[in-house]
Design a protein around this ligand. Structure first.
Ligand code: GLC
Length: 754
């Protein structure tokens, strides 16, 4: 009796303070959920950990008899219901047949828009425009929540330094600082101010973790790196999204230090839940529990379910192994009831925060959907996003912008193709509403004609794998037709690169150059002597050095979405001065990969010499990329004065160092510039990158106008993860760079002591 009294008082002593820290809402939620869980059977709890899908449009299989399972209560959540609104509603209502009528999470991959489609995330990240990025997520949430979705498997925040990997198109490039800001903007856009708001979508941070470091750029492949690299370069965007309040996170397919993320207790429990205090739930990726046997850390499905649950994974996407085996595992003592309860509570809390218990269908209203979908405002935002995603890579002799009365030969397989302005991740986009590049140009300048010019790829393996036709005779005909059209024009605009099906999940390439057949077209067009503008339509950085001799200007347009043509026309004719800045390095060749700006100095940094000098260099190529992180030209030019510091020696962590620079528009077009601030910490207890992005500001300057841009630097900016994985800063000297891209040399030095 005495022991029990001590035990109960210990419980009270520990829970009362915790309880008192909770807000009233949290207390109400706890009471509601505890009450609900008291009524639930073990099966009903396990059903909450079960996520079903009616189709295999994003993975290897569909759930058998998913509707029956929603109805009999063995499936507590569903995703990828892609029928009509009324069909989606009918499936969600199946939960009303269950004993406790617990409403369903209804998820979908809404990656860059629902009906109104925005540029692919890698493109949108080049806008460096957080309010705009947040706005695109908000529009997607409004459109999708009106037809029954309450959860999106986005944002994808995987850092990647390897453009061979098909999924770089879904992310925000190579930088942890920028990636973190974008992740937060997306979470805020999807979730809004309150998840209970009917237009919110619960975000799902993915893919946790380090998925973008797949060896050789081959999807699902092994990732292997030090914890120091994880903490310094790969984990920050996930952490930023957790701090932004994302309601869920998705475990990734890859292994991390020999243990697949889905069963990696260090990653999910120690880092995510304990170190970061994540209060949402962790869902697996598609069938990744089942794949633990294939990875080779589990002997059978039952052990896989136990490994995943004991690692801290809360919900099983697609494999149904939690529901199938954990009841037995509990009876055998291999999984604790406490673990099941903890997972179930996290899922029920998410449903509670979404308001589903009082309003399971929220603002689901097909009529309303028509009023809030593909509206003029939404399309305006799509055009604004498309404008700011484009990056001007080359503009020899300022051939751009074009005159509006130019006679244009528009040539290429992506010039007048609505579907190709989307990506593999557009599940419900309205393709008919897409403005093609041809349509956009024609609206401004009727003197434009368009022909295909070339097939997409002559790579036989790719043709067979991805189903792109190629015939030599046809190719000859297409090029001949294109050359004839070019000869009649003032200027040639070619739209080349990758079909939307050449990037995305499991869409990896060993060769990321302009395909040979497309290069053939460029060479033939060059022989006409006409100026040539290349518009790249692609989902990854490409090695396009082979196209430089045949082009006068190059605009990176990615896959721009619904308003592609309207935006391209505005850039081509100068109604919008391109302002995008690359968020992922463009290599000269695949041989340079992985290549990224925030690299280490090494003990033998290459100094540009051209002789065998025992330095870290190649003998057949410069070390430098074709275009560095942060790069993007403008129709105007910006001149940076030198960096001025408020101090050069500081002591103590409560100080603020101001770094200022005057920037002048020295060209003849008004334009937006993204001013980037990088720091270098040349001597520390671990090696530090030659540069790290720490801040950026966007300014708009009229021709001749000068503005001062000032940044506050604090010791927070100096912090890094040391060998003990502690985030801290160290006394010493530092260099601050402020410029237009990561190649910046404009700098000033300072010393900061503790
Ligand atoms: C896929 C993807 C993931 C997506 C999920 C559901 O395999 O890896 O990003 O959210 O399955 O479609």
């Amino acid at each position: 009796m005495k022991k029990q009294l001590i035990y109960i008082s210990l419980i009270c002593l520990t829970t009362i303070p915790l309880w008192s820290q909770k807000t009233t809402n949290e207390k109400q939620m706890d009471i509601f959920i505890s009450g609900l869980m008291k009524k639930m059977t073990l099966d009903e709890k396990l059903s909450q950990l079960n996520l079903l899908t009616p189709n295999s449009n994003t993975g290897p299989f569909a759930t058998k008899k998913y509707a029956e399972k929603l109805k009999d209560g063995s499936g507590g959540n569903v995703y990828s219901l892609v029928g009509s609104p009324s069909e989606v509603k009918a499936k969600l209502e199946l939960a009303e047949s269950t004993r406790l009528k617990i409403p369903l999470l209804s998820g979908l991959d809404i990656i860059h828009g629902y009906k109104t489609i925005f540029p692919i995330p890698l493109g949108l990240s080049c806008s460096w425009n957080m309010p705009l990025i947040e706005q695109t997520a908000r529009v997607a949430a409004i459109e999708a929540s009106a037809v029954g979705y309450n959860w999106t498997f986005s944002p994808m925040v995987d850092i990647s330094r390897d453009p061979r990997w098909g999924r770089v198109m879904e992310g925000s490039g190579e930088d942890p600082f920028l990636g973190g800001k974008i992740a937060q903007a997306m979470v805020k856009g999807y979730q809004g101010d309150d998840l209970k708001n009917e237009t919110s979508l619960m975000a799902c941070i993915k893919h946790f973790g380090m998925y973008g470091a797949a060896e050789a750029g081959r999807d699902y492949n092994t990732t292997d790196m030090s914890k120091l690299t994880m903490y310094q370069f790969y984990l920050p965007p996930y952490k930023a999204a957790v701090e932004a309040g994302a309601g869920s996170i998705m475990t990734s397919f890859n292994e991390v230090e020999g243990i697949p993320a889905t069963a990696n207790k260090w990653l999910i429990t120690d880092v995510l839940k304990k170190q970061w205090g994540f209060k949402g739930f962790a869902v697996t990726d598609f069938a990744s529990i089942q794949e633990l046997t294939t990875h080779g850390i589990s002997k059978d499905d039952k052990q896989s379910a136990e490994l995943a649950m004991n690692a801290g994974t809360d919900m099983d996407m697609g494999s149904e192994l939690f529901f199938g085996y954990l009841k037995q595992s509990i009876q055998e003592g291999k999984v604790s009831m406490a673990a099941i309860d903890a997972a179930c509570r996290r899922v029920l809390e998410a449903k509670y925060k979404l308001g589903l218990f009082t309003n399971p269908y929220r603002n689901f209203d097909p009529e309303k959907a028509d009023r809030v979908t593909l509206t003029k405002e939404n399309k305006e935002i799509a055009k604004k996003a498309a404008l700011r995603s484009m990056v001007l890579l080359e503009n020899k002799n300022n051939i751009l912008p074009l005159k509006k009365d130019s006679n244009i030969a528009l040539i290429g397989p992506f010039a007048n193709n609505k579907a190709e302005m989307f990506s593999m991740w557009v599940l419900k986009g309205d393709v008919d509403s897409v403005v093609t590049i041809y349509e956009g140009i024609k609206k401004v300048n009727p003197n434009v004609e368009t022909v295909m010019g070339t097939q997409i790829t002559d790579n036989e393996y790719l043709q067979s794998f991805a189903g792109y036709p190629y015939e030599a005779e046809e190719q000859e005909k297409l090029i001949k037709e294109a050359v004839e059209l070019a000869k009649k024009s003032d200027v040639v605009v070619t739209v080349l690169g990758e079909a939307k099906g050449m990037s995305g999940e499991a869409k990896n390439l060993t060769n990321i150059s302009i395909p040979n057949c497309q290069l053939e077209l460029l060479k033939a067009l060059k022989n006409t002597g006409k100026p040539i503008v290349l518009l790249l339509a692609n989902g990854r950085p490409m090695t396009i050095e082979n196209a430089l001799p045949y082009t006068d200007a190059i605009v990176e347009t990615w896959h721009l979405g619904t308003e592609a043509g309207s935006a391209v026309a505005e850039v081509l004719f100068g109604d919008y001065n391109p302002s995008g800045k690359l968020t992922m390095t463009f290599p000269r060749s695949v041989g340079q990969i992985p290549i990224y700006y925030n690299h280490k100095n090494t003990g033998r940094p290459y100094d540009g010499g051209r002789k065998r000098n025992f330095k870290s260099n190649y003998m057949d190529s410069p070390n430098t990329p074709l275009y560095p992180f942060g790069y993007g030209l403008s129709y105007t030019t910006f001149t940076y004065d030198k960096v001025i510091l408020s101090d050069t020696i500081l002591t103590g962590s409560n100080k603020i160092l101001k770094a200022k620079v005057n920037i002048t528009n020295t060209g003849k077009y008004p334009g937006e510039e993204t001013v980037q601030l990088y720091l270098n910490d040349p001597v520390a207890s671990v090696t530090r990158p030659v540069k790290e992005l720490k801040n950026f500001k966007k300014i708009f300057l009229q021709p001749g106008e000068t503005k001062e841009v000032s940044f506050d630097i604090t010791t927070e900016d100096l912090k890094f993860y040391n060998s003990n994985l502690i985030l801290d800063w160290e006394s010493g000297s530092f260099t601050v760079f402020i410029g237009t891209n990561s190649d910046v040399t404009n700098n000033a030095a300072f010393v900061w002591n503790k």
